[in-house]
Design a protein around this ligand. Structure first.
Ligand code: AMP
Ligand code: ZN
Length: 488
């Protein structure tokens, strides 16, 4: 069998994957900034890493997967000045910043669950690691790569570049960066416009602030990932991932912070997933061209002809390689839906297949090809093409045009189920439909029991049923026509 190869952004090459510790993998992926609902573009990135995580486990690795929650320090426009994204939302909603964080973290988890995205091994948050962040700022200052100005601490990029290589990941040249940047208002305390904040002084309008040796403030956005990846995975770990848009400056700064604080290069393999686009433009909150999870499910969006299940969207996304851009459109998802149904139907047919004395199909070679596809930088579209070869074999055997031995039938079943359910994480539509109809029937039963309780003037029980459902985000709506339910 071929060996696993990964395209490493750091070297610009596809390289054989060699973990630091045999059979173990440490992987860090930048998580969401929880100040608004995640959109379908964010889902693509987390889904890509989910399949990578799943496949590594499928190969037998023991994986520690760390994906953070950014709950402080990410400023508007990803710059060093301006409001904190979460602080701003808290003011708008008149909530505690941590209420905003909790609300959108819950929402993020719901979406991940709906898309069958496996939770990481550790999900640390930036505010939970302030002490470690303050310590790292001090280390960088002590090493001479950062300076304090006006209660903020900035990373000294030019100084760092004298002995290290700023730009090694993104390929940017410091000279070009310098000529492209201009001094912005309010940033004059920086010695150089390229310098970035690792600690920011909190101005009076800032609600999220902590004591530090440099006065009250908050950590710079790039710092949390360096601190949390080092804490849970060590100075150097195997894989660091994130969306392509994070390569510069975020990941470049992470490398600088690690080295600047006297540590080693953080990751051996840097992986970047490409963007989900709509009409060719990157889907993003700031552009405003986002499709929400709800809109995709219901089809209630001007670009969608109908709604699609999460399983179909998952399949649609995996039909393109993580490193290519993927444009979302109703017709493209509809085409995937047909393919998805064909694949799922074949899995049902597979269960009914009868074996013969010998095989006319070559299952061992086919299985090898499935592994080869994934070993070639997690090439899910090629894997799916091979799975459709599997579908052809299944249908051929079912129609009596091909035959299969019992050992081969077992291998076919194992391989198909392994790749479809475990690696690609697809969920059969039948299971989804069953779950939906069971939910519907259970709720109708509860509505009826509540009505009986009311008729018997047992209002305490009736209210208990309503409140308990409410805590599960299911709202009962009473009207003259009767009671209906809605998911909140
Ligand atoms: P954010 O919450 O904006 O920091 O984004 C969370 C993750 O989603 C990051 O890894 C981004 O790179 C990724 N992301 C944002 N927009 C898109 C998009 N349109 N397509 C794919 N990934 C995206
Ligand atoms: Zn990060």
């Amino acid at each position: 069998m071929s060996k696993l190869h990964i395209y490493n952004t750091l070297t610009g090459k596809k390289e054989e994957f060699k973990p630091i510790i045999e059979n173990h993998v440490g992987m860090y992926v930048c998580g969401p900034t929880v100040y608004s609902d995640v959109h379908i573009g964010n889902v693509r990135t987390f889904l890509s890493f989910d399949v990578i995580y799943r496949y590594l486990k499928f190969l037998g690795y023991s994986v520690r997967y760390v994906r953070n929650i950014t709950d402080v320090g990410h400023l508007l426009n990803d710059e060093d000045s301006g409001e904190d994204k979460i602080g701003k939302q808290a003011k708008l909603m008149n909530l505690e910043p941590m209420e905003v964080v909790q609300h959108y973290t819950n929402g993020f988890h719901d979406v991940m669950k709906a898309y069958n995205i496996t939770p990481p091994s550790i999900e640390p948050s930036a505010t939970g690691h302030l002490i470690e962040q303050i310590e790292m700022v001090q280390e960088i200052i002590d090493n001479g790569f950062a300076y304090e100005a006006g209660g903020s601490v900035y990373f000294d990029v030019e100084k760092y570049h004298e002995s290290h290589h700023y730009g090694k990941l993104s390929g940017r040249k410091i000279e070009d960066l310098l000529s492209n940047t201009r001094e912005l208002d309010g940033q004059s305390e920086k010695r150089n416009p390229l310098d970035f904040a690792i600690w920011k002084n909190a101005d009076p309008s800032h609600i999220m602030r902590w004591n530090s040796p440099w006065g009250q403030g908050f950590p710079g956005w790039h710092l949390e990932c360096t601190v949390m990846s080092t804490k849970y995975l060590g100075e150097t770990f195997d894989i660091h991932g994130g969306g392509m848009d994070l390569k510069f400056p975020h990941h470049e700064c992470e490398i600088a912070q690690s080295k600047g604080s006297g540590k080693k290069d953080p990751a051996n393999y840097w992986m970047h997933t490409n963007m989900l686009t709509m009409n060719g433009a990157k889907m993003s909150k700031s552009v405003g061209n986002v499709v929400s999870i709800e809109e995709l499910r219901t089809g209630n969006h001007e670009l969608l002809e109908k709604g699609f299940s999460e399983s179909v969207i998952r399949f649609f996304m995996l039909q393109s390689h993580y490193s290519s851009t993927l444009d979302i459109s109703s017709s493209a998802i509809s085409a995937s839906e047909k393919g998805f149904d064909r694949l799922m139907k074949a899995l049902e047919t597979m269960r009914e297949l009868k074996s013969s004395d010998s095989s006319s199909v070559d299952i061992a070679t086919w299985k090898e090809k499935c592994f080869d596809a994934m070993n070639d930088d997690f090439n899910t579209p090629i894997l799916i093409a091979h799975l459709f070869d599997g579908v052809k074999m299944i249908n051929g055997i079912a129609a009596g045009n091909e035959s299969i031995s019992s050992a081969d039938l077992e291998l076919l079943t194992q391989t198909m189920n392994g790749f479809v359910y475990e690696v690609l994480g697809l969920v059969s539509t039948q299971k989804e439909a069953t779950q939906d109809s069971v939910t519907e029937e259970l709720l109708q039963l509860l509505i009826e029991l509540r009505k009986q309780a009311k008729d018997n003037r047992n209002f305490a029980l009736a209210d208990e049923i309503r409140d308990k459902l409410m805590s599960l985000s299911i709202e009962l709506k009473d009207s003259r026509e009767g009671t209906t339910w809605e998911r909140n």
